[in-house]
Design a protein around this ligand. Structure first.
Ligand code: ZN
Length: 410
């Protein structure tokens, strides 16, 4: 049987619109994510996987028993079906730039969308490769269809090479990762694996075992409303209090737009209200819980100080936990990372340990009892019209998965 290669698979996945929605309350947040699920089911069947199903919630699940006689673990391979709500995924037209020579890449001449080498230094390492982009008006969807393609391609290789030892393999393609709800309707027991890997990272060779710790914080301000015509010495304006609190935040640090790598931030992302009451919503991010608490204390202090300047006003700070750095869990299972590092090295790549400035399905799964670090796909500029991936890097992602399966079956 002739199976499609990784490029054919990838191109056939990205043209299916699977954009999720962060305002929808249904699950999956958009029904069109199931279009890709429906395409993947027969492909998994054709590879000989067992129990292939699309669940009513839109998860694609499959399992593949080991070909070994000794006891081996069950390893889950995960990727997500949806693309970011931020940029359109309708009518994706993938463009192949073959034998890349280090030039700027024109995605759309008419709309003047150009992928510039100066702004994307990693492109300089891609000479001679085939770069895949969208054509200016949409994202590409390598996040995370490159992950799905790499997994499907690794399974294809294993199907064509039954002599290669493999562990018990569990396949999980999730909807709604981008809305943070990817594992809302699945349990670790349902997945039935001891360890997992999301294939949802970026640069070649990268292994991510850390995510942010995340809380959300809300300041509820109450002022005193009086008719403006007779407000002298009586009115206390909640709108102005909210503005003053935000004004007191540092300007050059502690925000998403001024931090990178391992720095955390406090991010006011929504403000609403009137004279009587106002609410400011924040997200708080850091790699440690201690860091989070420090930032939260700081906002509480600012709130107390500012409301003290407005006699009669009140400011109440409410904090709720969003997710925690998966490293605390993954560190308890050093073999999960050790095997990943070995698999990357076997593919002739330099291992790069990185931390994710965000959360992943893997972070939530790790806390649900399935330790799940994240491996590279080769993609770049996720959630953007400038998204790109080198075909050869995606092939490396597939090779790493095959290596990883071999290692777990030993
Ligand atoms: Zn992703």
């Amino acid at each position: 049987m002739k199976y499609p290669d990784i490029l054919e698979r990838f191109l056939s996945y990205v043209i299916i619109d699977t954009q999720s929605s962060d305002t929808s309350e249904s699950f999956p947040s958009t029904a069109k994510q199931k279009d890709l699920a429906a395409k993947l089911k027969p492909e998994l069947d054709a590879l000989g996987l067992h129990d292939v199903q699309v669940t009513p919630w839109g998860y694609v699940l499959a399992s593949w028993p080991t070909n070994q006689n000794h006891k081996v673990p069950a390893i889950a391979l995960l990727a997500h079906l949806d693309t970011s709500p931020d940029v359109s995924g309708t009518g994706v037209e993938p463009k192949l730039h073959q034998n890349f020579q280090g030039q700027d890449l024109v995605l759309s001449a008419s709309d003047n969308v150009v992928l510039k080498v100066d702004e994307n230094p990693l492109l300089k390492q891609q000479i001679g490769k085939t770069i895949i982009t969208a054509s200016g008006n949409t994202l590409l969807g390598a996040d995370d269809k490159a992950g799905i393609a790499a997994i499907m391609d690794a399974l294809t290789y294993l199907a064509e090479h039954p002599e290669i030892p493999r562990p018990n393999i569990k396949i999980v393609f999730t909807p709604d990762e981008e809305t943070g709800r990817g594992v809302e309707h699945i349990s670790a027991a349902e997945i039935g694996a001891e360890y997992g890997y999301t294939i949802d990272g970026e640069h070649l060779g990268e292994i991510e075992d850390e995510t942010f710790c995340a809380d959300s914080l809300e300041i509820n301000i109450s002022g005193i409303n009086v008719h403006p015509g007779m407000a002298k010495d009586k009115m206390v304006n909640a709108v102005k209090i909210a503005a003053r609190i935000i004004e007191k935040l540092p300007k050059d640090t502690l925000s998403p737009e001024t931090t990178e790598k391992r720095e955390g931030y406090v991010h006011p992302h929504q403000i609403s209200g009137n004279v009587e009451t106002a609410t400011v919503k924040f997200i708080i991010r850091d790699f440690t819980v201690k860091g989070l608490k420090k930032f939260e204390k700081r906002i509480e202090k600012i709130t107390a100080k500012v409301t003290a300047q407005f006699p009669g006003s009140k400011g109440e700070v409410k904090i709720s936990e969003s997710y925690r750095n998966m490293k605390v869990i993954i560190d308890k299972y050093p073999e999960v990372l050790a095997k990943a590092e070995q698999a990357v090295a076997m593919a002739g790549l330099k291992v790069e340990r990185a931390s994710i400035r965000g959360g992943t399905d893997g972070a939530r799964l790790s806390f649900m009892g399935l330790p799940t670090p994240n491996l590279f796909t080769g993609g770049h500029n996720f959630h953007s019209k400038q998204e790109w991936i080198a075909l050869e890097d995606m092939q490396k992602a597939s090779e790493v998965i095959v290596n990883l399966m071999k290692l777990w079956a030993e």
